[in-house]
Ligand binder design. Structure first.
Ligand SMILES: [Zn+2]
Length: 394
């Protein structure tokens, strides 16, 4: 079965300028070729996007698919797993229709999200490709402890990693510092020692899996970077020495600016607990400044929305792109952060992230010109994942 996607403007994420009047030939699940309109084969189903911008499906490197974006993030821990699973399936559909064809889930609940991943892969519910970490790993009583696997000391850390891998985790997430959405703790506080993180990271890497660290305060970020983590999540208080070390090691930064913005925007009137609003308000400026400095220093950036956190809806993931542009990326750089860079961070660079022959046909269209106005991503007009058309509304 051949599908021909006629593109008005085609952003491949491999080039610095869009291609005009090209068509993507999709055969089976993959991109077979990119041809000029004159060379379109006579057979095949045509999807006419000749007035749209066509791009690779977005990759969101930081999502909590089990969380429902309600005002109290910790509420997910009180639900039954059955309810969480039903909601998560709905979130997965919203995510896909928002143009996100791949997510990295960085903190699930009781492995419900791993069941969801299997359900999506079997075709029983629509949703994005998923790379999952299982439970995030936190110190006893640490940030996210209601849903995390608590582990203390290097040996226990190693065991916690192995447990996640046994359950089907494809990456490992460590909670290196306190956090905004957990009551009763300083968000900046250093939770794990470098030695503890190192034990977990070495174990994950030994098993061929990448690692991510939730890290807000400087010392916790530094510990994670020096321990060899693959991506720093949030990175709210970045100091120069840490930026230089990340640059040297090519450590990714996933800034996740939008959850903090949404938190402050909706605040107490939206029902967000006082502790969370206070911490977000205190950190929002430093967060933006750190992200700006990381961009100026040329750190590798991947897009992560932290969708599932308060008022940060699944399906609105691309709102993070606008935040990244406000922090200094060009729209095309932001698009690359959400495509080719995300693919590299997830270890999927041979399969997705660009429009190139041989890649899986994860293709989206936007009604508008996101190269000029990144906010046009709210006008998604087509979503194809794995060569299958999930949404078309011109
Ligand atoms: Zn998160």
């Amino acid at each position: 079965l051949v599908t021909v996607i006629k593109c008005g403007q085609l952003v491949t994420s491999t080039r610095d300028d869009p291609l005009l009047r090209k068509a993507i030939i999709v055969e089976d699940r993959k991109i077979k070729d990119i041809v000029a309109f004159e060379m379109i084969p006579v057979s095949g189903e045509i999807v006419d996007l000749s007035r749209q911008t066509v791009l690779p499906g977005l990759i969101d490197a930081h999502v909590h698919i089990v969380a429902d974006s309600g005002p109290v993030f910790t509420a997910v821990a009180q639900e039954t797993d059955g309810m969480t699973g039903i909601k998560a399936a709905f979130h997965a559909r919203q995510t896909l229709l928002g143009g996100v064809t791949t997510i990295r889930d960085l903190g699930g609940k009781n492995y419900v999200e791993i069941e969801l991943k299997k359900a999506i892969e079997s075709g029983c519910v629509p949703g994005p490709r998923m790379i999952v970490c299982g439970k995030c790993i936190a110190i006893t009583g640490g940030h996210a402890n209601l849903i995390a696997r608590e582990a203390d000391g290097p040996q226990e850390m190693c065991r916690a990693v192995r447990e996640q891998l046994k359950m089907g985790a494809e990456c490992i997430k460590f909670i290196s510092t306190g956090g905004i959405l957990t009551p009763g703790m300083d968000a900046n506080a250093t939770h794990y020692t470098k030695e503890e993180l190192e034990a977990g990271i070495i174990e994950a890497h030994r098993m061929g899996k990448k690692t991510a660290a939730h890290a807000i305060g400087t010392e916790g970020i530094r510990n994670a970077v020096l321990a060899g983590v693959d991506s720093v999540e949030h990175g709210i208080i970045l100091k120069d020495d840490v930026i230089q070390e990340m640059k040297r090691r090519e450590t990714y930064l996933v800034p996740t600016l939008i959850p903090v913005v949404r938190n402050v925007e909706h605040g107490r009137t939206g029902g967000i607990p006082d502790y969370a609003v206070k911490k977000a308000t205190a950190l929002i400026e430093d967060h933006l400044v750190s992200c700006e400095r990381a961009i100026t220093a040329g750190l590798k950036i991947a897009m992560g929305s932290d969708a599932g956190t308060p008022f940060n809806m699944h399906g609105s993931n691309s709102g993070e792109l606008y935040q990244l542009v406000k922090a200094g990326l060009t729209p095309l750089q932001a698009i690359k952060a959400a495509t080719i860079n995300g693919a590299e961070l997830l270890g999927l660079q041979d399969k997705i992230g660009t429009i190139e022959p041989g890649k899986f046909a994860d293709v989206i269209a936007v009604n508008g010109d996101p190269i000029n106005d990144i906010r046009d991503f709210k006008n998604i007009s087509m979503v194809m994942k794995d060569g299958q058309l999930y949404y078309l509304d011109l």
